[in-house]
Structures are given as C-alpha cells and as structure tokens.
Design a protein around this ligand. Structure first.
Ligand code: FAD
Length: 324
C-alpha cells in the first residue's frame, strides 16, 4: 500500500515507523523539522524545550518504547528538584515522585530518531485531501500535488483536522467538538540567572502554570535557560493579543511569583501554542473509516500527553497492519 501521513509529531512518526515495515509511507509536515509539540527551539547557541517538558510512562507498551529510547541514548531521566506554588503558597522542594524522562540534548531527539529512516517531506503544509476513484490526492498550500495514495492518516490536532477532513468521512461527526487549549511559552536566558533552589515548578491559581530550568536537564550545558508556560485559561483569553503585551504580562507574573526580574535577561522570547492540549479526556484511541481508507490519530484521541500520542499512533498502525 502507498500511505500518506499528515503530521510528523510523535503520533504520526510512531504510526509511520510501524507501517513502513510493510508499506510505502510518506510523511508530510508543515514545520521545518519533525517532532510537533515535542520539540526544541534553537536560538543562536541556546536550546529550549518549549513544548512538552518531560515524559512519563504508565502503560507497558509505552514503557517498552521508553526502554528502547534509553538504550539508544535518545532520552534519559531528569532528576529535578521540584516544587509547587498553589495560589501563592509554596511547597517544600523535593524530588519528582515518578521517573521523568527527557530527550538528550533536547526533546526533539525523539522525533529525529523516529524519522531517521522515514520519507518525511518537511515545510509541506497539506491544504486539501480529495478522494477520487479509490485513491487520495494531497494538495499543498503552494499548489503541489501528491497522488496515488491508498490510505491517508491524519496525525494532527483535532481543531486542524476538522478543517482538512474530506466530506463524507464516516467519523467526521464523532470528532470531539471541544476546542484545544492554548499555551504561551516564555524562553529566557541570561548568564547571570541565579539558582532558584529548584529545577521545576508547577503553578496553580496564577496566569503561569510551569517553570523549568532547562539547563538542569541532562546534556544541556550550564548556560542558564528557563522555560515558563502560561496557564491554559490565560492563553485561551489572550492568544491573539499583542505579543509584546503578552510577554511583559508573563514576565511581570514571573517576577511576582519568583521574586526575580526576568525582564532584564539578555534573551527572552515568546511562543504561542494555539493547540497545546485537549480540554477533556477522550477514549477513542484512533478514528478510522475503512471504506474511504482515511484514519486519524493523535494525543487528543486519548488525553493530552506524549504517552497518548504514542499509543494512538501505535494502535492505529497495528490495526491497519492486521487488515492489510
Ligand atoms: C506547552 C506544552 C507543554 C506540554 N507538556 C507536556 C509534558 O510535560 N508531558 C507530556 O507528556 N506532554 C506534554 N505536552 C503534550 C505533548 O506535547 C503532546 O501530547 C504530544 O506531543 C502530541 O503529539 P501529536 O503527534 O499527537 O501531535 P503534534 O505534536 O501536535 O503533531 C502534529 C504535527 O502535525 C503538523 N501539522 C498540522 N497540520 C498540518 C498540515 N496541514 N500539513 C502538514 N503538517 C501539519 C504539525 O506541525 C505537527 O508537527 C505539552 C504540550 C505543550 C504544547
């Protein structure tokens, strides 16, 4: 079979890896690199994990993938000093209670590892998928056309899928109507940033939700780099506001919470994720129209984390292999 997969995040790459053992697979990705929300932003010599911060495994299937990544030295555990701030009240600093894994030297290593042997067309945003005479035709935003696909898999966030899914697909009405939530991420770096006494902080009851000392993760060097995520509530309200205003608001929140003025840092940048996470838990695992040979996978088919993205892509690929 000739299979097209749209989206080179973890779900799409996992699915592509398994299916490519028996089929011809092409992955189309709109960004300039693979990994999606499991990515690493480079700025000059600095690196920030500006999406997913760490990975946890609950299922045996995902744990064996984690074991393989550890063996291949793609990830390693992050023994962070962790604390929480809940409505202004700080907890004691302690170790993470569970094993948390991170890519080395960046989260995007996982996507790069999976993509190594795949045919991935980056910088290629698919704008339209049409179904004619039992094959699929993909058209990019630049008007390039890719044809003769027997099977198309959408591995993109649900909000983006709704705009792209061809008419008459059997599961079109089952796609959850909840909107994905936004998140605004600050990336800050300065040689003089102090040791705050913790490496990761979860925040509730404020416009910020998370702070990571990025360089406390393994193999990131010693140059101080901080990643701060806003809360989903705040980002949902302000995602389309003026970026300078958003940045200064988040910097001022960070000053109040951590008693440090990050606004004078040598480097500070803002990224806004419009589709960062799902609002509710789903139990679909994946969606499939067996007549039209169109499927969809992604974290949003389960819950908003890296493990769900992996499981969704993994289960869909095995279901397709069984029927081919
Ligand atoms: C700020 C933030 C923090 C997070 N923190 C954590 C965490 O600490 N731990 C955790 O487990 N999870 C975390 N997550 C969630 C985790 O990153 C996701 O669950 C997971 O990476 C989703 O993978 P995916 O393959 O389903 O989707 P994505 O990674 O979104 O992949 C979809 C891909 O499709 C591409 N695409 C979309 N439309 C098109 C198109 N038309 N044509 C071509 N390509 C297209 C996109 O560019 C993207 O690369 C976080 C997410 C964010 C944003």
């Amino acid at each position: 079979m000739n299979i097209a997969i749209i989206g080179a995040g973890l779900s799409g790459l996992t699915c592509a890896n398994i299916l490519s053992q028996q089929h011809q697979v092409t992955v189309f990705e709109k960004a300039r690199g693979v990994s999606g929300r499991l990515s690493t932003r480079r700025s000059e010599d600095l690196r920030f994990d500006h999406g997913a911060q760490f990975i946890r495994a609950r299922s045996d299937v995902f744990m064996s993938f984690i074991d393989e990544l550890v063996d291949q030295q793609i990830i390693s555990s992050w023994d962070a000093r962790f604390k929480e701030i809940n409505h202004g009240i700080s907890s004691e600093v302690e170790s993470f209670k569970q094993d948390n894994y991170v890519g080395i030297p960046g989260m995007n290593q996982i996507g790069k590892f999976l993509a190594k042997t795949l045919d991935v067309s980056i910088d290629t945003r698919i704008k339209e998928v049409t179904y004619k005479d039992k094959t699929h035709i993909l058209t990019t935003e630049n008007g390039d056309v890719f044809e003769h696909f027997d099977q198309v898999i959408f591995a993109i966030p649900s909000d983006q899928l709704i705009d792209l899914l061809p008419a008459n697909v059997s599961f079109a009405n089952e796609i959850p109507d909840f909107k994905m939530r936004a998140c605004a991420t600050l990336m800050i770096s300065d040689p003089n940033l102090p040791d705050f006494g913790f490496d990761a902080c979860q925040i509730t009851g404020h416009d910020l939700s998370w702070l990571s000392v990025n360089n406390s993760k393994p193999e990131r060097g010693n140059y101080p780099c901080i990643v701060i995520h806003s809360s989903h509530d705040w980002a949902d309200q302000h995602a389309f506001d003026d970026r300078d205003w958003m940045k200064s608001h988040l910097l001022s929140e960070a000053k109040d919470l951590f008693d440090y003025d990050f606004s004078s840092a040598k480097h500070s940048n803002l990224h806004v994720w419009l589709y960062s996470n799902i609002a509710k838990v789903n139990d679909a695992v994946y969606y499939r129209d067996e007549k039209m040979n169109i499927s969809a996978c992604g974290d949003w088919c389960l819950r908003g984390n890296v493990e769900s993205a992996y499981l969704s892509g993994y289960e869909l690929a095995h279901a397709l292999l069984e029927n081919s």
